[in-house]
Design a protein around this ligand. Structure first.
Ligand code: SAM
Length: 376
């Protein structure tokens, strides 16, 4: 086995180059690992290809294989700069796995007021008080040109409450709220408990401020858990002991992905939703809302991308791509629709008019028996 060696971030650009520094451990944020020893010959053809497994296991990294002068090496590159290890190059798949394994645990967005945060900007749109100057500066230009974005955020939040109550009325008593955001009333457990008083909820987010608020304000009893995790790693989320202490995955569950999937790279969002669809028991529900590029002014998407800057990607997915997240599930009426129009709880004339240039879609769907690879 070759020996992995860390080098400094200054030589990050030279993943293909020879920059090498002695050392054997991964210790610091920004540390990169390069191969140190000559790689062995390419993996024998008869051995199973380790690449798909590595890619599935570490979705926070882009992983590929290179053939350099007849020798195979694996390259893993972090998808965001917040990861403590950015790039790993090695000829040994097991070594790559060992180098990346600790990084799976470090997924949170650190506290800090310098950069805008998704959660605080959303709080600003909802009229809350948990935002900083950086959030206001980032959101300002968007709101100036597209004031309806704040209305859409409020309509989205109202959709979440209606959808949770609807799902609870279908008999669901456990909820996984992924990308839960800063606490807002009614929270998921408050809405669910209007219908099912003993409802259990796992709130999942990767932002440390959100997690701190959730622990202080949402985790009001032992039926509520707060999980620090990244949606791009659903297997890790579903195995988290805090989550499994309140959620029984052998039974139907509602998985909420409300106003969050457009903040994940498209391939990660699609893979995460597919894995969740597969993992939950028959009778489970998916509750999803997201901005769509279909019918939305491209200038709005560009403004949002500029506003969130390096914090997160903003992907405008098409209506068809959003519809595909429900693949194999039965959409509850009225299907995938504008967020305001999903089972409105007020007369039509009081429902917010739909914006002609900003579309935000919502849907709720149920997993019928016999779908996916779920096993009791
Ligand atoms: C716009 S807020 C939505 C909050 C809530 N779901 C709602 O719709 O009212 C998005 C939340 O998702 C979180 N988030 C974004 N990307 C995430 C990821 N990859 N994993 C976990 N949480 C994420 C953000 O930290 C933020 O709290």
């Amino acid at each position: 086995m070759s020996r992995a060696t860390p080098v400094t971030a200054a030589s990050q650009a030279s993943v293909d180059g020879p920059a090498r520094t002695p050392g054997t451990h991964l210790a610091r944020r920004d540390t990169i690992t390069h191969e140190a020893d000559p790689s062995p010959p390419a993996t024998a053809l008869s051995e199973p290809d380790p690449l798909p497994g590595l890619q599935a296991e570490f979705p926070a990294f882009r992983i590929w294989r290179e053939d350099v002068s007849g020798r195979v090496r694996y390259v893993a590159c972090g998808r965001n700069l917040g990861l403590p290890v950015h790039t790993v190059v090695t000829c040994d798949p097991d070594e790559l796995r060992s180098a990346l394994a600790p990084v799976r645990q470090v997924t949170t967005v650190p506290r800090g007021s310098e950069a805008p945060s998704i959660a605080r900007m959303y709080d600003l749109l909802l009229g809350g008080k948990e935002h900083y100057a950086a959030d206001r500066a980032a959101a300002g230009p968007v709101l100036e040109r597209f004031p309806e974005v704040a209305q859409i955020a409020q309509a989205n939040r109202a959709f979440q409450a209606r959808a949770v109550r609807y799902v609870a009325e279908q008999g669901i008593s456990q909820f996984i709220d992924l990308g839960s955001g800063l606490p807002v009333s009614p929270s998921t457990h408050e809405s669910a408990r209007e219908v099912v008083p003993h409802a259990r909820v796992a709130y999942v987010d990767r932002d440390e401020i959100v997690l701190a608020h959730a622990r202080a304000r949402l985790a009001v009893d032992e039926q509520i858990a707060v999980v620090a995790a990244d949606i791009s790693d659903p297997a890790l989320i579903l195995a988290d002991p805090a989550l499994t202490s309140v959620i029984d995955l052998a039974k139907p569950v509602a998985v909420l992905l409300v106003s969050v999937l457009h903040f994940l790279p498209a391939d990660l969002a699609d893979a995460a939703v597919a894995a969740l669809r597969d993992a939950v028991a028959p009778g489970s529900y998916l509750v999803i809302s997201a901005g769509t590029s279909t019918g939305t002014d491209p200038d709005l998407i560009r403004s949002l991308q500029a506003a969130y800057g390096g914090t997160a990607p903003v992907t405008g997915r098409t209506e068809a791509e959003i519809g595909a997240w429900f693949a194999g599930f039965a959409l509850a009426a009225p299907g995938l629709t504008e967020v305001q129009a999903w089972r409105p709880d007020r007369p039509a004339h009081l429902v917010l008019p739909l914006s002609a240039r900003a579309r935000f879609l919502a849907g709720v769907a149920c997993k019928a028996a016999g779908i996916g690879s779920w096993l009791p």
